[in-house]
Ligand binder design. Structure first.
Ligand code: MLT
Length: 399
């Protein structure tokens, strides 16, 4: 249950003689963050009302970096496992000023009755603990503070957004794919994820996704990528096939940029550098949506526009270079027969039109192909029910 981070400032009286945050004081911060997290979520009262109490059975802490007086620590909590009588909370403490993860903890709770014996988690506690929240967690991966939304438990699905977008693209799927652990990160330099110095390649974005899976201890995931997210998915299959349990390719393409397209990327980069993100919003917005969506869902269109305007220009430039220089993934397509693949096209997509998507699906042995009516390039936002339902049907058939 991701939630907004909980912040504490460190004072000198919590530090040892070397001036570092003392580990016993650190444990107290983890405790306070856990308490605050539960209080902000289901509320501690839910346990009392059910006549049970969460007792800590095991706590493991890893310290990664020193913390000094004046540092502000941001604590995030997730609940990766909800058992019959127990649940596990993972915690991370991140130094606010530089995004470095300074410590991580894993705490296993057992639900106990008034006599102190383990007892099954009452239904109301179970559903409160797994309730959705609109929060986000942050992980430091490859020098990037990656913001990600994680919801539910079960086999994992990694949802990778396109350019110039953010994880909010997947909002409907994150809310409506029960039985799956839905993981939706912001790519570096987009949404709320940071951007390290220097250029990026599609493989850098893919390496971050592997870092996300590692950080969440996910061995294999169904990878669902839209457009640039699809290019990242191809790279994951190319270099980390053992991590990919299935592939959902939405509004994307396998071929590399043509000469004209490459020049177009350079022109967009020059305009973004000169005029800012507004140049990208103005040139792309009407092409991202089906003409009908522009008038049917103006709120969503406005939200995407604000998201683009909020994008830092270095994030735009890094993505444009990575898109421009991405490799041709067509040779990969005939080799995908051992992975379940679903290709989803938007019927009115002008960026990756259905004809090209269909040809891509035909080049992948056994791939499914679905066209979403009334959708342009952003089917998960334009036709969320149909798109999520199409994904859910594919997931249900997986071994
Ligand atoms: C995207 O949605 O990620 C972009 O349209 C990809 C591209 O421009 O190739």
């Amino acid at each position: 249950m991701p939630q907004a981070p909980i912040e504490f400032t460190i004072y000198p009286d919590q530090c040892d003689t070397w001036g570092h945050l003392n580990q016993a004081a650190f444990l107290q911060f983890f405790e306070r963050a856990r308490w605050e997290h539960l209080a902000r979520g289901p509320g501690m009262e839910i346990f009392r009302a059910a006549g049970v109490w969460p007792a800590v059975r095991r706590a493991t802490v890893d310290y990664h970096a020193q913390v000094l007086p004046g540092d502000v620590l941001r604590f995030t909590q997730t609940l990766p496992a909800l058992g019959r009588t127990s649940f596990t909370m993972k915690q991370a403490a991140v130094r606010a000023k530089d995004g470095v993860t300074v410590a991580t903890a894993e705490v296993v709770f057992v639900c106990v009755d008034p006599a102190g014996s383990p007892t099954p988690l009452p239904d109301q506690v179970r559903s409160a603990l797994s309730m959705p929240t609109d929060g986000v967690t942050r992980r430091t991966i490859n020098g990037v503070t990656v913001a990600l939304e994680e919801r539910g438990s079960g086999p994992a699905i990694l949802m990778i957004h396109g350019y110039p977008l953010a994880r909010t693209l997947w909002r409907h799927g994150v809310d409506h794919l029960p039985g799956w652990r839905r993981i939706a990160p912001d790519l570096r330099g987009m949404g709320e994820s940071s951007l390290p110095d220097g250029p990026a390649s599609i493989s850098d974005y893919a390496d971050d996704m592997i870092g996300v899976l590692d950080a969440l201890e996910v061995k294999r995931a169904v990878v669902c990528g839209l457009s640039m997210g699809g290019y990242v998915a191809f790279d994951l299959v190319r270099r980390h096939r053992d991590r990919v349990a299935g592939l959902i390719l939405i509004s994307t393409r396998a071929e590399a940029d043509t000469g004209d397209a490459r020049r177009g990327r350079d022109e967009s980069a020059a305009r973004a550098a000169a005029e800012g993100a507004v140049a990208i919003a103005d040139s792309m917005l009407s092409r991202l949506f089906a003409p009908d969506s522009l008038t049917r869902i103006p709120g969503t269109v406005a939200e995407v526009r604000s998201g683009i305007l909020a994008m830092p220009v270095p994030g735009i430039l890094a993505a444009l270079i990575a898109l421009r220089d991405r490799p041709d993934s067509r040779p990969l397509l005939p080799t995908l027969g051992n992975i379940p693949v679903l290709v989803i096209a938007g019927a009115a997509d002008v960026i990756t039109p259905p004809q090209g998507m269909h040809a891509m699906a035909q080049a992948i042995p056994g791939a499914g192909y679905v066209v979403v009516p009334g959708a342009g390039h952003l089917a998960p936002l334009e036709q969320p029910d149909v798109t999520t339902d199409t994904i859910a049907r594919f997931l249900r058939k997986l071994p």
